[in-house]
Design a protein. Structure first.
Length: 88
């Protein structure tokens, strides 16, 4: 059985790498967009603009993210088990 050429590997890997990188940037951006210091302004800090307290931000950055990730993983896993991978 012949191995597939390495050239067919990159058209699949590069878009997945771009999606992964975008996901990680989006995920980490919430940690860099907050500032709870008294000098924070709505222009420089998301929490001031939206009105998040430290407790609300902690909930959003931890429990809410974990719950959304777990739910989407269950949905994606169920879809992967039930449907042909060519359709996903």
């Amino acid at each position: 059985e012949a191995k597939p050429p390495a050239a067919s590997f990159w058209p699949l890997v590069l878009p997945l790498l771009a999606i992964y990188t975008s996901n990680q940037w989006s995920r980490a951006s919430i940690y860099y967009l907050v500032d709870f210091s008294p000098a924070a302004t709505a222009y420089t800090a998301l929490n001031v603009d939206v009105g998040l307290t430290e407790s609300q931000y902690g909930f959003l950055a931890s429990l809410a993210f974990t719950a959304l990730f777990a739910l989407s993983s269950l949905v994606a896993g169920t879809a992967a088990d039930r449907y042909d991978r060519r359709f996903l």
